[in-house]
Every structure is written in C-alpha cells, then in structure tokens.
Design a protein around this ligand. Structure first.
Ligand code: CA
Ligand code: CA
Length: 437
C-alpha cells in the first residue's frame, strides 16, 4: 500500500531544489541545472514569444522551443502543464481536479489536459497537479498555492484554443507585470466557480509581438467573473454570458471587441446583458453585466453605461469596440464627468426612441425622457470620484432654458436636484422651479 506522505514529498523536493538553485554560490552550476531542466515544447512552427532551441523532437522531428530559456520555472511545482510559465493554464487544471487524488487509479487514468500551444488533449499526472504534500485529495489549498503564484510578473500565455474552467474554485488573477501573449483564436470559457480579475495589468490583452489580440470571454452555467475594484482596464475579444451567469464590473471599465459589420447585433447583445445586470436599477442581476459597486445604496446615482465606437461619442474608442463603464448616471460620453457635453447628447434625443446609453438613455427603457434628464441633472457638475466641477454659467442657463421649454421640471424630484443645484449655485434653475411650483 502506498503511503501518501512518503510518495508525495515531491513538492517539498521541488521547492528545495528551486530555492537552492536560486541561492547557491555555485551560480554557473545552478544556471546549467535550471537550463537543462527547463520545459521543452515542440511544434511545426516556433510560436511568437518562444525561444527556438535549434533542436528537433527525436520522435516527431518537430522543432523544439521553450518559454523558459533560463529555467526560472524548471523546478516550479506550479507549472502544472509544464510549459515553462505559471499562469491561468495551470490554475485551471488544479481547479478542474478538485476532489480527485493520484491515489485513485480510475481518476489518475482519466486525468487529461490540453497540450500547450496546440490544445491537443493529452494525459496528465495528478501528482503534478497536486500542490500540497501529504493530503488526501486535490482541493482549495492547492488552488491557493497556484493563485499565489499568479501574483508574479512572469510571462503568461493564452494559446489559440478554448481554455475552459470547469472546477468549482476561485481563480484569483492579480498579476503586476510581465508579458501577456495572446495567440490568435484564444478564448476563455468560465463554466463553474469564480474568476477574480485584479492586479495592475490587463490579463486579456496581448503585448509585444501579439499586440492587438484579445482573449474572447464566455461565462456560463452559473459561473462568475468579477473585476476587483480599481483593476486595470481590460479589453476582451468578444463576450458571451448565459442566463445564469454574471460579469461583475464593480467600478471598472471594459472594452469588448466585435466583428466589424455586426454593430447592431453587438450593441443589442451588450445592452441585453446590461438590462439583465441592472435588474431594475439594483445592479445585482444575473444573465449579464452587473456591478456590486453600483449595487451599494450609497452609489444609487451610479450605473454601468456603454458606448459603441461607431457612434463617435467616446474619444479614442474605435469602430468595432464597445466600452462598458461604471460611471455616474448622465455621463453619456463616459468621460467620468456629467456636464454640458452629456446634456447636449441628451437634448438632441429627447422624446426619441433610442437604443443606447451614449444617446442619453440612462435607465435602459429605450427612450430618452424626463427620467433620463432627471438622472443627468442629479449628477450635473460631478466627477465619477464624487468631486464637483464648476460648470460654465452659460451651460447651466442652456439646461435651464431647455428644461423650461420642454416642461421637464415636474420630473425633477425633491430633494436631489435642489441639493445639486444649490451646490452649483445655479440660481436660474432654482428660480424656474419655484416659479412652476
Ligand atoms: Ca504552465
Ligand atoms: Ca460626460
């Protein structure tokens, strides 16, 4: 009978070797050992971002290359798929085999993983998946080990296939640097548990040689993707959310690419996700994009807006991109302040049926009405961080005149509008309101 304690000391051994090779005074010998232990992959071509070793696989004859030319991860237990990097690919595997153990022959024989680069399914050892020595089964403690490794600054690779997270745990991305290689066709499907996105770099966008590529994201079967408040702005190459799942934007912004020529379809899809997530204004709905930050009672004057680059409303947003952003109600152009520019957009569409936030529909009811005007006026002169800005008197006068001409004051509730207006010193608005009352 095998003793798990005796067999599974491989993690302690790997940690010892890794640590020793990084601290020994025999630097030349350590460098040699790390290099010879580095992960070697093979393929018909050498991918962008990999180092060509100039050798060929003796069986297949295919070119050999590595993502770890110095062997930095040669003895890193968290490089589960042995591609020379520690990233999402490893975390997904540890999460997938939650509850299973190398000591169970059936489970061991059934364990598989996508081959790095190609995605071809191959067998994987559950001993390699296990991160903590001496335990009965792979579990959350193992995933926590990999999550801790994901806070680093090393390179990460999104290969050109669909990476699916099917385990129940929480993968916590909080990387603070390093290159993200995104290969053409890369997609990430979160089908169980939670993926938490934090850190200071966007994990879904390629840099360097693969700049311009973005991972497509799908969330289904009740899974959740949540951005940590104040995370780096992310860009993804498409978004799909089923009726049981959610993307929690908290207080962040996200850019979603879509295929040029499908603007109306893309806009309608994102809008439906936001209507589901908005949940009548509570911003806690499923089946779409919500915001646990906007859901807080103190943030009732915030929401999640969106704009399509083709509408030419948001500076720097290209056609083929939709921006989704946590911001103040009334911030039609998503620049983080509610001012005369937003009012101009709303004024041009008042009374019209529209399909977008960036046309002035802040409550997603498909029409620009007094309700949207009320929301805008309630935040007039505010920045997204809560600070106030002094608006030109001419702007306030124009808003006042517009309101009077359109009979909108009956829609402005007490006391929010009065408070804001008083704060701004907009006496014109006050006088008009008193006159009507
Ligand atoms: Ca790896
Ligand atoms: Ca604005």
């Amino acid at each position: 009978m095998r003793n798990p304690d005796a067999v599974l000391r491989k993690n302690a051994a790997l940690d010892y070797i890794q640590n020793y090779l990084n601290t020994t005074s025999f630097t030349a010998a350590a460098a040699y050992l790390k290099k010879t232990g580095a992960a070697v992959l093979s393929g018909s071509t050498v991918p962008v971002g990999a180092t060509d070793l100039g050798t060929q696989d003796p069986i297949t004859g295919l070119e050999q290359f590595t993502y770890d030319p110095t062997g930095a991860n040669a003895f890193n237990k968290s490089d589960v798929n042995r591609d020379g990097t520690v990233d999402f690919n490893d975390a997904v595997l540890v999460d997938e085999y939650n509850g299973q153990t190398y000591a169970n022959q059936t489970e061991s024989l059934a364990a598989v993983a996508p081959t790095p680069v190609t995605g071809v399914t191959e067998q994987i050892s559950l001993v390699a998946v296990q991160q903590v020595d001496g335990e009965a089964a792979i579990g959350s403690a193992d995933l926590n080990v990999v999550n801790a490794a994901l806070t680093g600054t090393a390179t990460t690779n999104w290969y050109g296939y669909n990476l699916q997270k099917i385990g129940p745990g929480t993968i916590d991305w909080a990387r603070t640097g390093g290159a993200v290689n995104v290969y053409t066709g890369a997609s990430f499907e979160v089908s169980s548990g939670t993926v938490q996105i934090g850190g200071s770099i966007d994990p879904f966008s390629g840099t360097g040689a693969t700049a311009g590529n973005h991972v497509a994201l799908a969330i289904n079967d009740g899974a959740k993707v949540q951005f940590t408040p104040n995370a780096a702005s992310s860009q993804i190459g498409g978004l799909s959310i089923d009726s049981n799942s959610v993307l929690d934007l908290t207080n962040n912004q996200l850019i979603i690419d879509y295929t040029t020529g499908t603007q109306s379809i893309a806009d309608a899809t994102i809008r439906s996700y936001l209507i589901n997530g908005r949940n009548g204004g509570a911003w806690n709905g499923v089946g779409g994009i919500n915001s646990s930050t906007a859901a807080l009672p103190a943030n009732s004057n915030y929401g999640v807006g969106y704009a399509d680059g083709a509408d030419d409303v948001v500076a720097g947003l290209s056609s083929g991109q939709i921006e989704v952003k946590y911001t103040l109600l009334g911030d039609a152009n998503l620049d983080g302040v509610v001012n005369g520019d937003d009012f101009t957009i709303l004024a041009g569409n008042l009374g019209k049926s529209v399909t977008a936030w960036d046309e002035g529909d802040f409550n997603y009811d498909g029409v620009v009405s007094g309700d949207d005007f009320t929301a805008l006026v309630g935040n007039l002169g505010k920045q997204a961080n809560g600070a106030t800005v002094q608006l030109p008197a001419a702007d306030l006068a124009a808003i006042d005149a517009f309101a009077a001409a359109n009979g909108l004051f009956a829609d402005v509730p007490e006391p929010a509008s009065l408070g804001v207006v008083t704060l701004l010193g907009a006496t014109l608005l006050l006088r008009r309101r008193r006159a009507i009352l």
